[in-house]
Design a protein around this ligand. Sequence first.
Ligand SMILES: Cc1cc2nc3c(=O)[nH]c(=O)nc-3n(C[C@H](O)[C@H](O)[C@H](O)COP(=O)(O)OP(=O)(O)OC[C@H]3O[C@@H](n4cnc5c(N)ncnc54)[C@H](O)[C@@H]3O)c2cc1C
Length: 488
Amino acid sequence: MGLQREQIVEGLVEILGSDRVITDEKVLKESSLDRYRKYEQVNEIYTQPIPAAVVYVESTQDVKEVLMFANENGINVVPRTGQSAIEGGLETAKENSIVVDGSGMNKVLKIDKYNMQVTVECGVPLQGLDDMLREQGYTTGHSPQSKPLAQLGGLVATRSIGQFSTLYGGIEDMVVGLEAVFPNGEVCRVKNIPRRAAGPDIRHVVIGNEGALCYITEVTIKIFKYQPENNVFLGYTIDDMKNGFDALRAVMVEGFKPSIARLYDAADASLHFDWSGDKNVLIFMAEGPSGITAATAAGIDKLVKAFPGVDSVDPKIIEKWFAGLNWGPEEIAEEKLEILATKNIGITTEVSGCWDCIYEIYDNACKRIMEEVPDMTLMGGHSSHSYINGTNMYFVYYYNIVDCTPEEEINKYHNQINRIICEEVIKYGGSIVHHHGLGKARAHYVWEEYGSSFYILDTLKKAFDPNGIMNMGTLIPIKHNEKHPWEF
Ligand SMILES: Cc1cc2nc3c(=O)[nH]c(=O)nc-3n(C[C@H](O)[C@H](O)[C@H](O)COP(=O)(O)OP(=O)(O)OC[C@H]3O[C@@H](n4cnc5c(N)ncnc54)[C@H](O)[C@@H]3O)c2cc1C
C-alpha cells in the first residue's frame, strides 16, 4: 500500500519546508499537462491525474532527497524547468505524482572564457544566459524558437536544437559535462573535457533522457565568439519543393557551413511571408569571421541559383523576419485567445530522414493528412536542420475543431495526424522525433522507432530506474494499445 496524498505532502514538507511544497489546486491542475494537450490547456480542462504537489528544489541535495523519498515510496516524479514541453513530457501520468521544479536552481556558476565553456544550474533560462554572454562578446550558439521560455535542464533533457544548428549543432554537440541525480540518490558528475575515448560516451545516457532516467542539476556547455556584424542572410523563392530539398542537400554535401539552412513549403511560407505567394522559400545565414561568412554566402548563392525556378529575395526582409521568430509568454497568451475565439488550432510534428526519402515522407504525409483527417485548414512544413546525410521535416498544420469537446479533440485530430506522420516516417526508415522528444505523445511508437536497439533503452530504464518512478509514460508508455497506438 503506497502513501496517501497527505502523507506524500508531509514527507515533502519535512524535506523542503512548507514554502517550497505547493498544493494549491489550480497550480496542481496546471502542472498536470503541457502544450501537447494545448486545446485542453487553453480551455482549462484537466484530464490527466492531478499531482500531489509541485516542489521547488534549490540544490542538488534537495533533488537527491526528494528523489530518494519518491523512490522508496514508489511515487512518480516529473522533473521540469522552463515548462515549454510540447509532447506530454510534463504530463503527470499517475495519481499523486510529485512535480520537481528546478527553475529556482538558476545560478550561472562559471564563465570560463579561456576554455570557452560556461557552467550553469539546470534552471538557468537560455535567453538570459545568451543575452549575458552576448554582452561580453560570446554566445551559446543555441537558439531554439522557445529560447525565451526554455531552461538548461529541459533543453538538455529533450536533446533540443536551435535555429543555428547547421553551424553549432544540437545541444548534444554543445554539452561538455554535467551533473545528474538518479532515483536512488546517486549524484553523478561527468567532467568537462574536450573529448575522451574511455569507453562509451556516458553524457548521452543523460542528454535526451526526458526526465525518465535521472534529474539534471548542472550543465557545462561550449561558448563561441559572437560576431553578428559579419552575419550574411540569403533568401530565395523556389518553384519546386523537391528541388528545394536538393538545393539544401547540395549546400551540405559541397561542404558549406551556414548557421541557418531552411526550406519552407508554400503553405508554411504563407504563415511567415506576405511576398512568397505560391512559392517555396529557401533561407540561409552565414556566421563567423568575415572572410568565412562572405565566402560561405557567395558559394551558397552560386550553388542555389543554379537550380531551376529560383529567384532571390532581398536579404534585409529575411533578416527582419528572423529577428521576430522566437516565442515567449506573450505569443503563448495571444495564441490562447486566438484558439478560443476561432476554434482553429495550429500544431507541429518534427521528424527526420535521409536525403533519399525526406521528400517522400513530406509529400506522402501531407497528402494523406489532407485526405484522411477532417477539418484541415492548412497542411505544410519546413526543413530547418540539415546534415550531410539528411534533414528534418517540421510539419505545421491547422484545423478547425468541429463537433467535439476539448477532451475528445486530441484523438479526433492531433493523434490521428501524428499517427499518419509516424507511419510514413517509419515506412521510409526515418526518425519520428527530430527534436521535441518522444514525451508521452509519441512514446507509443518507441518500438517502431528503436527496433532491435530498444533493448538498450529498456535496459537503461530498468537499471537506473528499477522502481519506474521517473516520469512514467515518457519514453516508454504505460499501456501499449496495439490496435490503436495513438489512443491512450
Ligand atoms: C513555441 C515553442 C517553440 C519551440 N521550439 C523549439 C525548438 O526550436 N527546438 C527545440 O528543440 N524545442 C523547441 N520547443 C520545445 C521545448 O522548448 C524544448 O523541448 C525545450 O528543450 C524544453 O525545455 P524546458 O526547460 O522548457 O523543459 P520542460 O518543458 O520543463 O521539460 C521538458 C522535458 O524535459 C524534462 N526535464 C525538464 N527539466 C529536467 C531536468 N532538470 N532533469 C531531467 N529532466 C528534465 C521534463 O520532464 C520534460 O520531459 C519549442 C516549444 C515551444 C512551446
